[in-house]
Each structure stands twice: as structure tokens, then as C-alpha cells.
Ligand binder design. Sequence first.
Ligand code: TYC
Length: 143
Amino acid sequence: MRQTSSHKAQTKGNTGYESAEYVTKMNILAWICHPIMSTRTSLPPDLVVEKLTAKTAPPPMFKVILLNDDYTPMEFVVHILEKFFGKNSEDAFRVMLQVHHEGKGVCGVYPFDIASSRVAQVAQYARARQHPLQCVLEPADDA
Ligand code: TYC
């Protein structure tokens, strides 16, 4: 990235930064990653660098919800909760019973890719054993 005159001497109000030569974040990154690729051999001594820490928002989360049906055996549901959702036998039994009595229950909360892959794994595993067990995704965030 080439420095242009418009990049220089940017006014930043009364912060005392007026004399600092303005360098774009890309320019600094290029210098840090590979000085030879950069148009600079060194950074200016009066450089003021804004905080470069990544501002990444946490990913949206999704609940994997297990649905009740009249045909899937209870033991199979407990097995699913242990195998795909890392539950111990006590928690697996508790979630299974909740689904049985209330119609649905949360198996776990994950980012989209993990949640959707768990749903697909459960569907494939249950269908291969002729069980109609269903699980679905639901957004977990309030937004
Ligand atoms: N209702 C089922 C039965 O009585 C058990 C069951 C529990 C099925 C949870 C699905 O997600 C489920 N055999």
C-alpha cells in the first residue's frame, strides 16, 4: 500500500496527535508481518498507533432441542444424549425425562456450525436404526 499525501498530517482534534504521520492499519500490518513487502523500512518515531486488538463479536448461539415422540425408546434417547452431547448418564436421563414429559428439552447450546452438525448426526444415527427421533435448532440469543 502506497502512502499518499492525503494519508499524512491527519487532524485528530486537540489530542496532540497533529504532528504524527498517519499510517494505515494495513501499512502497519504489512510492516509487522513482512517488512520487505512494506513500502517502509521503519516506522516513524512519532507514530501513534490506535489499538489494533481484534474487535470480534461472539458468534450467535443456537440451542439443539430434542422433541418427544411416541416411538423412540427411552434408552435410545439417553444413549443419544451421552454419545452426541457429552452428557453423563444422570444428566442424559434427566433431559430425556424432561422431553418425555414436557415435549421438548435442550441438549446443548453451540455456534451454528456445531449445532447444525449435531442435528444432522442425530438424524442420521436415529434413521439408520429406524427411530423417528427429531431434534431441531433454535436461536439462543435474545436478539
Ligand atoms: N416418549 C418416548 C417413549 O415413551 C421417549 C422419548 C423421550 C422419545 C424423548 C423421544 O426425545 C424423546 N418411548
